[in-house]
Ligand binder design. Structure first.
Ligand code: G3I
Length: 373
């Protein structure tokens, strides 16, 4: 698939070898970040004791992790995040369900705590997410009979939130998970019903890129590794929107995968999703070993192989397309997959174990990052 597209503000790609940043803001954060983490010389490729290398120092590529305000009281987790990650994504606090009250007013205290943490630790901040089928607040539901009022509220919400964090985020997941789970068409949602299937997306990107032209505007989805139909539908949607002149600045592929995923599937998905030439964000990487299944050594070894496959494929992309790789949970116990309704007991989808100790997945990621600058 090819398409002519232009960057949001004709920003040229930042040379990855310099600062591993992407947006104007990212350049400063990247420079500050490098200063902060003392990444003076890059570790030699394939150095023996990989897990002693902080993940963020294995490459100039921003390596992210999701965070919640509850994590701010967990000192061991904070230390692990500061040591290993150069970017954070609030897993919950910058979503409409937290920000927008029933009175239509926006409250930012939760998200601001994480924005302050990122700034204090010279980490990039990725905004997640402005519009999602999964969150349909009562305030909007009450406006469905008045199309003009709904559109105004939609504009005002996006403009207010993006404006509040203007200058603080390197990118936004403007719309999350627009494609139907099986990949056949787009999701039905309050937003698509009220504003139109493609139009709610186009309008969201219009408002977001107007409110902060310096933040890269991403369309983010999941399940595009095992389901090629979903990937094709997603890519067709992006291409259709780009042709309309929608300022999509990047693609987010969540990459919630399993040890059971066929070898090569994740790499193929990354290459395919990068085919439009847009920056790509591996935005929510975790690798489940399966609900209720003991994480055998074999399963953890397969998990490490899948992680290497993702990182190797990502690092083969042109530097101009490498936005970041973000883990959706640093330690196994922090994962969404360990919370209801999933498996609170056993899943081990993350690079660090419940006690913050490195797993084979971490060593594999570090080794792959080091080997491909
Ligand atoms: O913080 C409150 C706590 O005060 C309260 O006692 C507790 C019980 O109600 O809820 C806590 O908030 C929960 C929050 O996670 C904690 O971080 C919310 O109920 C819960 O809904 C929220 O779940 C998040 C979920 O998205 C829905 O927003 C998960 O953390 C987050 O990992 C998950 O992330 C999604 C991505 O946004 C999109 N891709 C899939 C991914 C996994 O589902």
């Amino acid at each position: 698939m090819t398409s002519s597209w232009r960057l949001v503000d004709n920003r040229s790609a930042i040379d990855e070898s310099a600062v591993g940043a992407w947006s104007r803001r990212g350049v400063m954060a990247g420079l500050l970040g490098c200063g902060a983490c003392g990444a003076v010389g890059m570790p030699s490729a394939g150095s023996s004791d990989d897990v002693s290398t902080p993940l963020k120092r294995a490459s100039t590529l921003p390596i992210g992790c999701c965070m919640a305000t509850g994590d701010l009281a967990d000192a061991p987790l904070l230390a692990l995040i500061k040591r290993n990650f150069s970017q954070i994504t609030p897993s919950y606090e910058m979503k409409m369900g937290v920000i927008l009250g029933p009175d239509g007013k926006c409250r930012f205290d939760a998200g601001d705590q994480l924005a302050a943490f990122a700034q204090a630790n010279k980490m990039r901040l990725h905004g997640h997410t402005l519009v999602w089928y999964n969150i349909q607040p009562a305030y909007f539901a009450a406006l469905t009979k008045d199309a003009a009022a709904f559109s105004r509220a939609y504009r005002d919400y996006i403009t207010t939130v993006v404006g509040h964090y203007r200058g603080m985020v390197s990118g936004w997941d403007v719309v999350n998970e627009p494609v139907a789970p099986d990949g056949n068409g787009l999701r039905d949602s309050l937003w698509s019903r009220q504003l139109g299937a493609d139009d709610y997306i186009a309008t969201a990107f219009e408002h977001a890129t107007s409110a902060d032209p310096g933040a890269i505007a991403f369309l983010n989805d999941y399940g595009m590794e095992a389901n090629a139909t979903k990937r094709r539908t997603f890519l067709a949607l992006v291409e259709r929107l780009l042709k309309r002149g929608v300022k999509i600045g990047g693609i987010g592929t969540q990459t919630h995968i399993s040890v059971d995923l066929a070898p090569g599937a994740a790499a193929s998905a990354i290459a395919d999703l990068a085919s439009l030439g847009l920056p790509l964000h591996v935005s929510e990487l975790d690798i489940t070993v399966g609900r209720g299944r003991a994480a055998s050594d074999a399963a953890l070894a397969t998990q490490a192989q899948r992680a290497s496959e993702v990182v190797d494929a990502y690092m083969r992309l042109p530097a101009s397309q490498r936005y970041a790789i973000t883990l959706w949970g640093a330690r196994d116990r922090d994962s969404w997959l360990r919370k209801p309704p999933y498996d609170p007991a056993s899943d081990r989808p993350s690079p660090f174990d419940d006690n913050g100790r490195p797993k084979p997945m971490l060593a594999a990621m570090i080794s792959s990052l080091k080997s491909r600058q």
